[in-house]
Write a protein of this length. Structure first.
Length: 140
C-alpha cells in the first residue's frame, strides 16, 4: 500500500510541478504573443510561434531541472525539440484557424494551449522523462 501511495504522491507532485512550469512557460509565451501581435504588429501566426518558442525554452528548463529532475541525453533532446516544434506549428495554425472563425485571438490562444498542455504532459511524463526500470537481473 505504501508503494501505491508513493506513486500517487509522486504523480501528484509531477502534475502540480508540470502545471506550475506550464503556467510560467505560458506566461512567457502569452506575454510574447500579446506584445508581438499588439505592439510589434507581427501576424497572429508569427506572434504565436515566437511566444511558443520562448515558452518552450522556459518549459524545458523548469521540467528538466525541477519537475522530472532528469536532464535529457542528445537523442531525447532531439525528440523533445521535434515534438514541441511540431506542436508549436500546430498550435499556431490552430489559433490562426479559430481566429478566422471569429474567435477572439485571446480565447483562441487559451483553447489551443489547454489542449496542447494535456497532450504535452502525457508526452513528457510517459515518453521523454520516463524513468527506466531496471530488470531484476541487472547489476547495480
Amino acid at each position: 500500500m505504501k508503494l501505491k501511495q508513493y506513486k500517487y504522491n509522486n504523480l501528484l507532485k509531477q502534475v502540480i510541478g508540470f502545471l506550475v512550469a506550464g503556467c510560467l512557460a505560458n506566461l512567457v509565451s502569452f506575454s510574447t504573443y500579446f506584445i508581438s501581435y499588439n505592439f510589434l504588429n507581427l501576424s497572429i501566426f508569427s506572434s504565436s510561434i515566437s511566444g511558443q518558442l520562448l515558452g518552450l525554452i522556459t518549459n524545458y528548463f523548469v521540467n528538466s531541472r525541477f519537475v522530472f529532475m532528469k536532464k535529457l541525453n542528445l537523442k531525447f533532446k532531439i525528440v523533445y525539440l521535434s515534438y514541441y516544434l511540431t506542436n508549436i506549428f500546430i498550435v499556431g495554425k490552430s489559433i490562426e484557424y479559430l481566429e478566422s472563425l471569429n474567435f477572439n485571438y485571446i480565447y483562441s490562444w487559451f483553447i489551443c494551449v489547454i489542449i496542447a498542455a494535456i497532450l504535452n504532459f502525457l508526452f513528457v511524463k510517459y515518453f521523454v522523462f520516463k524513468k527506466k526500470i531496471r530488470s531484476a537481473n541487472s547489476s547495480i
